[in-house]
Design a protein. Structure first.
Length: 254
């Protein structure tokens, strides 16, 4: 398939899957339950953090997270007392447990109290040709307060060759200007052209079949290779192709 045919094929698949129906089976449905900006970005961040494994399980457990936060994540984070955190201890999703959840709430309070919120932290540190340094700097800010060492593994670091799939997915949700009502596009201070595709087993396998990716591991180097290929197809909105790659892999078994 030449570049023109490939772009036409993928653009058609983007149109097919970048659709409100996509929300019904995707973890992005959790932040879609909210209307306040801070609730959307916090619920999205927490949901993306546990977005590995079975999608139904991710959605169920993300809903449990929101219930623990009284369906008002921003208000809970800003106004909780220490006693309120104890009720989070029973939460578990795979290796993310109640202690990790409590650490995330403390770190998020630090970010909203001292750094003007999640968008501000990411936008202040965005530079260069992509967003990987911004994610690295975000992790540093997130854990600059006293923290559990074990919890650090739940925030990826692209500068350690991680593909940072979950954070890149989260950034797509927040930043990408989407006319179809799936991604939120509420972070106006960041250019969608800087975003990276959330690289996982599905999108990686499809990308290799389409010769957008040659590297076998789904790591930071593979992400750079895939980003470079997708930016040639659309430099202004390269991560729209996540819908095509993911849809082809998950729904069509491409």
């Amino acid at each position: 398939m030449n570049k023109k045919d490939l772009k036409e094929f993928l653009d058609t698949k983007v149109e097919q899957y970048n659709h409100p129906k996509f929300i019904e089976s995707d973890p992005i449905q959790i932040p879609h339950q909210f209307s306040k900006k801070e609730d959307i970005e916090i619920s999205g961040f927490l949901t993306a953090t546990i977005a590995w494994g079975n999608r139904k399980s991710i959605i169920n457990n993300a809903n449990k997270m929101m219930a623990f936060l009284d369906q008002s994540p921003h208000d809970f984070i800003i106004n909780h007392e220490d006693d309120d955190l104890e009720k989070l201890l029973p939460f578990v999703h795979r290796t993310f447990n109640g202690n990790d959840f409590i650490q995330f709430i403390k770190s998020l309070k630090h970010i909203y109290t001292n750094h003007d919120g999640l968008e501000s932290v990411f936008s202040k540190s965005s530079r260069e040709q992509n967003f990987q340094h911004a994610i690295h700097n975000f992790k540093n800010v997130f854990f600059e307060i006293d923290h559990l060492e074990r919890t650090k593994k739940h925030v990826s670091d692209p500068l350690k060759n991680s593909a940072a799939k979950r954070i890149n997915m989260y950034l797509r949700w927040m930043v990408r200007q989407d006319n179809n009502g799936v991604d939120f596009g509420i972070w106006k201070s960041i250019s969608p052209g800087l975003l990276s595709c959330p690289l996982d087993v599905h999108s990686g396998n499809v990308a290799r079949k389409l010769k957008l990716l040659t590297r076998k591991q789904n790591d930071g180097k593979a992400l750079l290779e895939l980003d470079t290929a997708l930016r040639k197809l659309d430099p202004n909105d390269p991560v729209k192709y996540d819908f095509a790659l993911f849809g082809l892999g998950v729904f069509e078994g491409f």
